[in-house]
Write a protein that binds this ligand. Structure first.
Ligand code: AMP
Length: 398
């Protein structure tokens, strides 16, 4: 069974085509600047086909999907012989609100529910919907489309973890609550950790640290998310590449009044000009910060990030009443030895002891805790696309 995985943004579209009998990626690629001048990079990963990397007119998402399929089936760049060899499409959908606690086959009713969640994710859900509609248009209604939600995994959080201490009517009338994001990634690495540790997921407590450009932490108790650091929006929790994370809401009023900043510009500051780039005044990229050893502000930004990660992990250990393993994943978690080491320095307090040699030698999947550490420390590369393809396969097979 071949499954196409689509992650549609407002002007971009990432894709991977999986052979789900072997769980191998047949091809992957990226459409950029959709609606502008357009560019498509398509990389076949099997056979002797060549990479396609060209500026190409992509006036909308339907044209982009058609261009992707054209490459997937072409003699020169293709990996399947016709569109009929694509059995289903799995879509990343950012917000499923309280409606969806698992992945689902997209019907007219589901489409309406995803549209109803637009106010909760005004930048992301419209793009995801455009991607779904484009696939339906180009591939026809008979090819099943499956939605996999970033928020779904966190729907198991208890009320005390997802409610905000603001007037209850905002929850009742407007559904203002913590939703959490990166659910697909947290779910994947938590399940993988249980598998690697040879223990049933139901029997263990895990804290997963997704540390990338956007970062979030999740407390996974018995395979279920019981708390997470992102909130109503992905702005909450840790300081990130360009996002501020948790701040005192009073700061907004102070800045807006003092500098005559309107709410739109204020949100732009908090989403795009804060976090690592805001504090360092250098870069949002963790590699640049790590390289800038003599730059105090760059080092301060990194210190703030690692401190915040450790503090959140500690709070989740208390929330769960213990922890068996802590997982590091995503761009920074998988690749930055120094960030892992700085976070783990704090974690000694909860009995998690990192082995420096194992941390330095780590490539891909590895347990980097000392043999006698009371808590395991795992680095596990995330694979959100594979989860989307697996969910789509399960749903289609039903
Ligand atoms: P992601 O959003 O998961 O793609 O992660 C992107 C972040 O990972 C960027 O800030 C990169 O700087 C960071 N990253 C990737 N490779 C490394 C590395 N070798 N060392 C430190 N940070 C890295």
């Amino acid at each position: 069974m071949n499954i196409l995985v689509i992650n549609a943004g407002s002007s971009s579209l990432k894709y991977q085509l999986f052979d789900m009998d072997t769980e191998t990626v047949l091809a992957k690629g990226l459409c950029e600047r959709i609606g502008l001048d357009g560019h498509l990079k398509h990389t076949p990963l099997v056979g002797d086909k060549v990479v396609y990397n060209e500026d190409i007119e992509l006036k909308d998402h339907s044209v982009a999907i058609a261009a992707v399929i054209d490459k997937l089936v072409s003699a020169e760049y293709g990996v399947v012989s016709s569109m009929s060899e694509i059995d289903a499409v799995g879509h990343r959908v950012v917000h499923g609100g309280e409606m969806f606690n698992e992945s689902t086959l997209i019907t007219a009713e589901v489409m309406k529910a995803i549209e109803d969640c637009i106010p909760l994710a005004p930048l992301h859900n419209p793009a995801n919907i455009t991607g779904i509609k484009a696939c339906q248009e180009v591939m026809g209604e008979d090819v099943p489309q499956i939605a996999v939600f970033d928020t779904a995994f966190h729907q198991t959080m208890p009320e005390k973890a997802y409610m905000y201490a603001i007037p209850y009517s905002y929850y009742k009338n407007d559904k203002i609550r913590r939703y959490g994001f990166h659910g697909t990634s947290h779910r994947y690495v938590a399940a993988k950790a249980a598998e690697l540790m040879g223990k049933p997921a139901e029997d263990i407590k895990i804290v997963t640290c997704h540390m990338g450009n956007g970062s979030s932490i999740c407390a996974v108790d018995g395979g279920k998310s019981v708390d997470t650091s992102m909130g109503f929006t992905p702005l909450a929790g840790l300081p990130m590449g360009t996002r501020c994370g948790d701040i005192d809401a009073g700061i907004m009023e102070y800045i807006m009044n003092k500098y005559d900043v309107n709410i739109k510009d204020m949100m732009n500051i908090l989403n795009k000009k804060s976090g690592m780039v805001g504090v360092s005044e250098l870069s949002s990229d963790f590699r640049d910060l790590g390289d800038a050893k003599d730059n105090d502000q760059a080092q301060l930004a990194l210190d703030m990030f690692c401190y915040s990660v450790a503090k959140t992990v500690g709070s989740y250990v208390v929330a769960m009443g213990g922890v068996d393993a802590i997982i590091f994943t995503a761009g920074v978690g998988e690749n930055s030895r120094s960030v892992r080491a700085a976070v783990c320095k704090y974690l000694k307090a909860i009995g998690a002891v990192m082995d420096e040699d194992k941390n330095n030698a780590c490539r891909g999947e590895a347990d980097i805790a000392t043999d006698d550490s009371a808590v395991r420390l795992w680095v596990i590369p995330t694979n959100e696309e594979l989860v989307i393809a697996r969910d789509a396969k399960v749903i289609v097979s039903k």
